[in-house]
Design a protein around this ligand. Structure first.
Ligand code: UDP
Length: 312
């Protein structure tokens, strides 16, 4: 296959590109490097089957030659990033998705949208199945990401229904692993870097809010299984093991052997109180379920952070 991956230099995008090239596909990676890092592609630049376009997909996207699949992973994805880049976040979810659907339509390629558990907002249904419509504050600070992704899902389904584009939508739940930027602001990178440097671990609020963390290798495997399946419409891909943020802090301290203290800071506005995917659809469609435990994933991520010198 010849695959276009947007957000190729990002955390998930770079892992996806590597897996695709590794299995024999040709990949055209596109990224404007707003939150992506070119270093994430270091191993791919030497490979014949990988090419890179430094481009913002919110403007017209031109890819010469045939394309079999378009994987749209470009977007700021950490709350810290999308709160600092609200307009860019809205544009890449709306204009960017429109441009890439246009590319997929033109090339008669399959289109896969990276959506998110944030479409469920602060959920009133728990765990969250795909049929749940969500509970989102459209005008709150997180609305820029949540509504961009909800719009992206809507226009993806419209291109399917109106233009017959072959589409897939993955709803990604909190994913972590090597290449999560140390200063990205998400809870796993924050806690690990704080623990490794002996700084206080910052729990926002009382730490009773929950998340369900998926290791990146499991996530990528689920996304590629969905790409290869014939299911149109959103599919949750995440790890259903749910932890409170306070439990995560304890585990990070244990795994790193850190002597960091725990401090509490203000809870961000509209921070979801709980989140856990119902993955029965992914299990029944393509037999996917995550394999790496949170502890194992944290160990691997801590090892990578030490390797890049984030512990100094
Ligand atoms: N969080 C925290 N300390 C931090 C960073 C995040 O307690 O240093 C909390 C945050 O308030 C949220 C959870 O961890 O309840 C997950 O936050 P993250 O930014 O990773 O992503 P989210 O799931 O909110 O999109």
């Amino acid at each position: 296959m010849r695959v276009v991956v947007t957000g190729a230099a990002g955390f998930l995008g770079s892992h996806l590109c590597e897996r695709l090239v590794g299995r024999g596909d040709e990949v055209v990676g596109v990224d404007n490097l707003l939150t992506g890092r070119i270093d994430n592609l270091a191993d791919l630049f030497g490979q014949e089957r990988f090419t890179f376009q430094h481009h913002n997909v919110s403007s017209y996207v031109h890819v010469p030659g045939p394309v079999d699949a378009v994987l749209h992973f470009a977007s700021p994805a950490s709350p810290k990033d999308y709160l600092e880049l609200p307009i860019q976040t809205l544009k890449v979810g709306s204009l960017g998705t429109h441009n890439l659907l246009g590319l997929a339509k033109d090339k008669q390629a399959r289109f896969l949208l990276a959506s998110t558990s944030e479409v469920y907002g602060d959920p009133e249904v728990h765990p969250q199945p795909e049929e749940y419509w969500g509970h989102v504050n459209p005008v709150g600070p997180r609305g820029v990401y949540d509504e961009a992704k909800r719009f992206a899902e809507a226009i993806t389904m419209a291109y399917h229904r109106f233009h017959g584009v072959d589409v897939r939508i993955v709803r990604i739940f909190n994913t972590f692993g090597p290449r999560l930027r140390p200063a990205d602001g998400r809870v796993v990178s924050n806690f690990l870097v704080q623990a490794l440097t002996g700084k206080p671990i910052t729990i926002y609020g009382d730490g009773s809010q929950t998340r369900s963390f998926c290791y990146v290798d499991d996530e990528v495997e689920g996304i590629l299984a969905l790409l290869g399946s014939d299911h149109v419409g959103p599919v949750n891909v995440g790890n259903p093991n749910e932890f409170t943020v306070a439990e995560l802090a304890r585990l990070v301290i244990e795994v790193t052997g850190s002597s960091s203290e725990v401090v509490h800071e203000a809870l961000p506005v509209d921070d979801p109180a709980r989140r856990r995917p119902d993955i029965s659809l992914a299990q029944s469609l393509f037999g996917w379920e995550p394999r790496v435990s949170l502890r194992e994933g944290l160990e691997r991520t801590a090892q990578w952070l030490r390797h890049i010198g984030a512990h100094q």
